[in-house]
Design a protein around this ligand. Structure first.
Ligand SMILES: [Zn+2]
Length: 252
């Protein structure tokens, strides 16, 4: 192979030195901002992107993360859906605030560790491709990528496919109505190389919010049919009693 001319070598060496200097500078002087209030965050904290004050105000479900439900597989949630959580999750979904996924994922990783949710893959509940094109991204996939980094388990995109393009669901729909609406809405892509290798293996099926549970149940159906061991995980559900970080710090 022909060697690069000396000028190019000098140039690339200079760029490498510059990039190294930049990284060192960022490490020394970069102070992360809180994804909720934009104030500077001073680690160590359970999430490197949420300041101490905002963390204390988050509605953790500590002690009540395991959800009692009729889905036929274990399900966990890190937060109640109240206080700052609706605002955080809605902006993550519709306003491109994917930094909020990066902020919440390390806290969800604590739920995974506390309950020893061993998994070989994280599978985000997919959007219909038309919905994804409209929004430009799937906020649950972004959350899955961030959780993947936090717990060192790969996030698998493309294993589940969503077939039904549904109008936005409102809280007004009953469980039965939603289930009917979502029937056979998901299937596994046989072309995905993991569809057979995950048989008998544990996975985390990830969603942002759980309301009636119908989406989680329907998304899990084809996975369970294929012999995959599903554990559900959502960022938030329920609006019960408030329990902040400050109140339950000893449980971390
Ligand atoms: Zn803050």
């Amino acid at each position: 192979m022909a060697a690069f001319p000396p000028a190019v070598n000098r140039h690339s060496r200079f760029r490498r030195i510059l990039s190294l200097a930049q990284k060192t500078f960022e490490k020394l002087y970069y102070i992360p901002c809180c994804a909720i209030c934009d104030e500077a965050v001073h680690p160590p904290l359970p999430s490197p992107f949420i300041c101490r004050d905002c963390l204390a105000g988050l509605p953790f479900r500590l002690g009540r993360e395991e959800i009692e439900w009729q889905g036929g597989f274990p399900l966990y949630a890190t937060f109640f859906y109240r206080d700052d959580l609706p605002k955080l999750l809605v902006s993550m979904k519709f306003s491109g605030r994917t930094d909020r996924a990066r902020a919440l994922a390390p806290l969800m990783a604590h739920t995974v560790r506390r309950h020893h949710l061993g998994a070989d893959a994280i599978i985000p509940v997919p959007l219909h491709r038309r919905r994804k094109a409209e929004r430009g991204y799937n906020q649950v996939s972004v959350l899955a990528e961030c959780l993947s980094e936090a717990i060192d388990v790969p996030a698998v995109e493309g294993l589940l496919i969503r077939h039904h393009y549904t109008e936005r669901q409102s809280e007004a729909h009953s469980v039965k109505e939603r289930q009917l609406h979502l029937q056979n809405a998901f299937s596994m892509d046989p072309a995905c190389p993991l569809s057979s290798s995950l048989q008998g293996r544990p996975v985390i099926l990830l969603d942002d919010v759980l309301t009636t549970g119908a989406t989680m149940m329907e998304a899990a159906r084809p996975l369970m049919k294929a012999g995959i061991r599903v554990t559900g995980l959502v960022a938030a559900t329920g609006k019960d009693r408030y329990q902040g970080y400050g109140e339950a710090a000893d449980q971390w």
